[in-house]
Design a protein around this ligand. Structure first.
Ligand code: NAX
Length: 328
């Protein structure tokens, strides 16, 4: 058994939290020999619900769950955190403009960034799930000046997993046979799921992408708009699949990506592929268990490059808006 790891989860009373917390308690986040101390953060009006979730966590009698504590103060919630899963966010309300959305989320992620800076453990790693995830991660990271930027990431793993499933169907192979998928850019409808560098069984993504109608009118829009399709069918947004992606992201970050493969995550850019410095941009990445490394050396044709550029332009615009609001 390794020493317990402290995991802070925000939005603990929400929909994704309800899947994520039980899988974390069961040991799926950090492995079956790592006990977990959960610190849950909620807004005051949702603390009672979080208490109910904690009662259910008790009732699972998970051997690896050391403790569960609930807070409505970020400073306390992030005390000693080794891992932060920032799920709670402000959804876009009726008539809300993008600036209103960024401001409302800035009011959440700037104080959480400061709390992480002041209270978290020295080795803290942060995954931002709450939308707009890339900009929320940028705000949190910018408000935590003492924490290295590479310890922050935003989740595009759900998009990555969705893209794997779609390519597997198209290629007629099992999803376990798809490797080297990449999501580029923003976790939004401008994201670019790149099949050209992927492999599906013994076929290359480039070969499969020769079906241009499938690529442009099926694969890309299906992946980019999957969240809306789930809401339309289920009457509720992605829950279990989002929690599953967060588990995958953290497991690979700490445990390493399989050799010969990579995953996707939004990380602080340091100029890879011409992406401006300091954008939280999704790239293909590997992990050696210590941190993410952007996969270098992939070449893009004009079709891919135009789409990647469009998503990066959106990230730049979001950053300008966040800057204008004084959030970074
Ligand atoms: P819910 O609305 O069910 O839950 C959100 C919870 O966050 C609520 O309980 C709320 O009280 C809490 N919260 C709000 N402000 C908070 C604060 N300042 N501190 C702590 N908790 C706070 O949403 P859910 O379905 O769980 O989704 C959570 C977030 O994930 C949303 O922003 C959603 O858009 C985003 N998603 C991101 C995905 C990604 O791939 N990056 C995919 C799934 C999901 O759509």
């Amino acid at each position: 058994m390794t020493p317990p790891v402290t995991v802070t989860v925000t939005g603990a009373a929400g929909s994704i939290g309800y899947s994520l917390l039980f899988r974390t308690g069961a040991g799926q986040l950090l492995g079956s020999d790592t006990p977990v101390r959960l610190r849950l953060l909620e807004i005051p009006s949702a603390v009672r619900v979080a208490e109910g979730v904690a009662m259910e966590l008790d009732d699972c009698a998970f051997p690896l769950l050391d403790s569960v504590d609930i807070f409505d103060d970020p400073r306390q919630a992030f005390e000693g955190a080794n891992v932060g899963l920032l799920v709670g966010a402000r959804p876009r309300g009726k008539g809300m403009e993008r600036a209103d959305l960024l401001q409302a989320n800035g009011a959440i992620f700037a104080p959480q960034g400061r709390a992480i800076n002041d209270a978290a453990a020295d080795d803290v790693r942060i995954l931002v799930v709450g939308n707009p995830a890339n900009s929320n991660a940028l705000i949190a990271a910018s408000n935590a000046p003492d924490v290295p930027k590479e310890r922050f990431s935003a989740m595009t793993r759900l998009d990555h997993n969705r893209a794997i499933a779609q390519l597997a169907k198209h290629a007629g192979v099992h999803q376990s046979q798809v490797r080297r998928m990449s999501i580029w850019g923003n976790h939004s409808t401008t994201q670019y799921p790149d099949v050209f560098h992927a492999l599906a069984g013994d076929r290359t993504g480039a070969e499969l992408a020769q079906d241009a109608a499938w690529l442009e009118h099926d694969f890309i829009p299906t992946v980019a708009r999957r969240g809306a399709a789930i809401i339309e069918a289920r009457g509720a947004s992605s829950q279990a699949s989002a929690a599953d992606a967060a588990i995958d992201h953290v497991r690979d970050w700490f445990g390493g990506t399989p050799s010969g493969d990579w995953t996707s995550a939004a990380v602080w850019s340091t100029g890879h592929y011409g992406v401006p410095d300091g954008l939280m941009c999704s790239f293909p990445v590997t992990s050696d268990g210590k941190g993410w490394t952007v996969v270098d050396g992939l070449e893009h044709g004009p079709f891919s490059q135009a789409r990647i550029d469009a998503s990066i332009a959106e990230l730049v615009e979001e950053r300008e808006a966040v800057r204008a609001l004084g959030l970074i």
